[in-house]
Design a protein around this ligand. Structure first.
Ligand SMILES: C[S@@+](CC[C@H](N)C(=O)[O-])C[C@H]1O[C@@H](n2cnc3c(N)ncnc32)[C@H](O)[C@@H]1O
Length: 220
């Protein structure tokens, strides 16, 4: 039982590898090369790559800095070196990418990950609906010292997929806050948007298998 899975906007390969480990035919794609070279990474715009025949597409945190609640202040007071017009243009671009992947017509199972959005972003997204669920990485972890024991509110917009059931044994009391405390520097955005292996494994298991079963029903 195997699904063809596209993981868009991912250079780390964390989600792609989780789907591969579960036996799915998984590929990542990003406009940047993979962090670790892989023959299962496509360099390109996810809007082009998604045109292929995929059973499931997961888009990992598409560029979201202009869509999120935490960044809404930049729309009225831009950061040093940027103009208000540029900030609004970035917002339009981010919303257009989100709209394109969220509304892709031919992929039966779609999940998009993003933080909580502000009202200007919601207004620009075609067919906007509230996220189906919000999860925390620690809910999918078992080791208090492991990489999943982190606090980071993550929203999933889902189409054709069930909400994820937590698989972990942690209760959140010892969860770290590394995402918000990531040290300043050129790689800060990468550290902040890196995915979590326990959550990725749950997605591969629950969503990958759901997409494969849906494929078998369509093919029967
Ligand atoms: C916030 S990061 C997500 C990182 C991801 N969670 C991971 O573990 O690799 C957003 C990613 O989207 C990529 N990106 C931006 N626009 C894109 C596009 N149109 N098509 C594909 N990837 C894109 C960026 O290069 C960046 O790697």
């Amino acid at each position: 039982m195997m699904a063809r899975v596209l993981v868009g906007c991912e250079t780390s390969g964390i989600v792609r590898e989780a789907f591969l480990a579960r036996g799915h035919d998984a590929w990542s794609c990003d406009i940047l090369p993979a962090d670790t070279p892989s023959n299962r990474h496509i360099v390109g715009d996810v809007r082009d790559v998604m045109r292929g025949a995929w059973d499931l597409m997961f888009v990992a945190h598409p560029p979201c800095t202009r869509l999120t609640n935490s960044g809404v202040r930049w729309l009225s007071v831009p950061p040093p070196g940027r103009t208000t017009a540029e900030m609004w243009a970035d917002l339009d671009e981010g919303a257009a990418l989100f709209s394109a992947v969220w509304n892709v017509p031919h992929i039966p199972c779609v999940a998009v990950e993003n933080p909580v959005m502000h009202r200007h972003a919601k207004a620009r997204i075609a067919g906007y609906a509230p996220p189906a669920q919000t999860v925390q990485p620690w809910q999918y972890g078992t080791d208090p010292d492991g990489p999943d024991n982190e606090r980071k509110r993550t929203c999933f917009w889902l189409r054709g997929l069930p909400v994820l059931t937590p698989t972990g044994t942690l209760d959140g009391t010892t969860a770290r806050d590394s995402v918000h405390k990531a040290s300043p520097g050129p790689d800060r955005w990468k550290q902040r948007s890196r995915f979590f292996p326990g959550l990725a494994a749950a997605m591969a298991h629950q969503w990958g298998d759901h997409a494969a079963r849906a494929y078998e029903r369509r093919a029967a």
